[in-house]
Design a protein. Sequence first.
Length: 485
Amino acid sequence: MLLQRLLVMILPMGMTWQGVMQLFLEISALAIIYKTHYNLYRHPLRKYPGPWWLAASRLPYSFFILRGIATTRTRELHDEYGHVVRISPDTLSYTCKQVWFDVYGGDLTRPRAGVPKDPLYYVKQDQGSDISSAGDADHRRLRRILGRAFSGRAVTLQEKYLRQYIALFISRLRQQTRQTLNGRQAGVVNLTHWLNLLTTDIIGELTFGKAFGGLEDGELHPWLNQLFWVFKTSSFIREINRWSTLVTKALFYCTPRKVFHRQHAITLFCQEATARRVQLGTGRPDFMSEMLENAENQSERMTQSEVELAAMTLIIAGSETGIMIILPWDPLTDSSPLFPKLLVATMLSGTIYLLCTNPGVLRALTDRIRADFAQDSDLNLVNLQQHQFLNAVLLECLRLYPPAPDSLFRRTTTSGTIIMGEFVPPQTCVTMNLWAANRSTLNFHRPDEMVPERWVKPCPPEFQNDDRDVMKPFSVGDRDCLGKK
């Protein structure tokens, strides 16, 4: 009613509602034409290479994201345009190693702060600090605490859990391959599914003090299924949020309440599981013990909400999804959690796929492992970390199949920054596209082939010009992945 009165006051006398709609459409068309013209001919990023239709509007790249083809299409663009491409009106994608220093602060000889994370991808928590989105001071504090859970000493103590669940994983695979179907041996196993059960059981044991029971049951825990459902909606929500926060708010009010309750159930389960683990104290060699052991140090203490957020982040780190996700809101708690991680199950699935499709590499790795390790007990973390060819294979798999291929978005400050010797204007979204960089002929010889020898020292002469420093699957700088070792 109020809107109708306002329209009557400001519109010419006698204008019909059809006229109002026509006027609205005409104004909208003029706004689109103006914005397109500005993006193409007046925008500060107009000099950067890329197709005109990506520079004109965010819509094509949003379409790529929602179709799940943004990573591969961006690689095609880099193959055509080079190390830097304008993939949307305000976004530049890079594939050059210099960007690791210029954007992410990854030069140990000259430590520096990187370009701040893009707030549209990393939203600050209202109820506590999450290591992904925390400010510098809170990030340093959380990193000191969580970093101890990934130290050499801590990982050695955690190895017994790894062995326990890997043995169960192998046993369950053998059972599955012996099952029959219509009187015939099936012998077919969805390894991606079982690897996800393995990693979630391990991460559940190390975080909550209890596995999810996936390997025993052969199915994901209902909570994890709920969590993955949330993941599937996150890309859509994030893109809508980039276009208009008003539309995002409108979607909030139109969303069925059962969706909110489902998300609330995810948070509630994590809170209850964390509380149960806290009751066990610090006697177990796991992630939670490292977080709780600092409770007496006031300056290092993690709040309850920070412990819960850290637990959720660790669980997702062992889950299978290959995208950086953002949940722009939590409707029941008015918070905005974000969980970006390099994901273990995705990496393992990619490694097995690459080995199976490259039988020569698989045979060479098998022969060397069997020659260098006489018995199963020799296959411990210390010995495996020192095996040169195994590490070369893993590096090559990370190059060809980075689980987080294009998710390192940063946004320049009001003063702008220098990237690859060029001034990048303020409020520009920039990212290092790992998939495109790792498969670029500008960086690697025979980039689409699996050749572990390129990582062996000394490497074959034909690979000596490979730009290995461009390959940083765990990112760099003071915000790189805690579990990279």
